[in-house]
Design a protein around this ligand. Structure first.
Ligand SMILES: [Zn+2]
Length: 145
């Protein structure tokens, strides 16, 4: 077998981690890195993962609690032209709908729906949009005279 560091042909090489890569090295080169444990065979030897179901339950319970909390909160009142404000601000930044969607963790189609005003996003998304685009989507709290 050829050593991947010095190229010498040796009877056996060792898997050695050198910085971020694993190389097959001869005994004299293997001291430059840290020996890697031999790969664990997937069949038979490994104990089965616990099957008590506790992995799923806490997360599900929490997301339900969050949703309940969420529906109890009153929706923020948005400016009548909030969708247009998103589009104008996005275009001013020269962002594509895809780009804004990526930053919001949403699909492009969601962004387009927001901009057309056909989808009223959750308040959390409103805040994210406001922060990203440096705009205000909420209705002005002060009454105009
Ligand atoms: Zn070597």
């Amino acid at each position: 077998m050829l050593c991947e560091m010095c190229g010498e042909d040796v009877p056996a090489t060792t898997a050695v981690r050198v910085e971020s890569s694993v190389l097959q090295l001869c005994p004299s080169c293997s001291k430059f890195g840290v020996a890697v444990a031999p790969p664990v065979l997937p069949a038979g030897s490994a104990p089965p993962p616990p099957r008590d179901g506790t992995r799923i339950t806490p997360r599900a319970a929490r997301s339900v609690a969050e949703r309940d909390l969420y529906t109890e909160m009153p929706d923020m009142e948005l400016a009548p032209d909030w969708g247009r404000r998103i589009r104008v601000a996005r275009e001013a930044l020269l962002w594509t709908p895809e780009e804004l969607g990526k930053r919001l963790n949403e699909k492009k189609s969601v962004v387009l729906k927001l901009e057309s005003g056909s989808f009223r996003p959750p308040d959390g998304t409103i805040r994210k949009v406001e922060r990203l685009l440096h705009i205000r989507l909420r209705a002005d709290p002060e009454p105009r005279t």
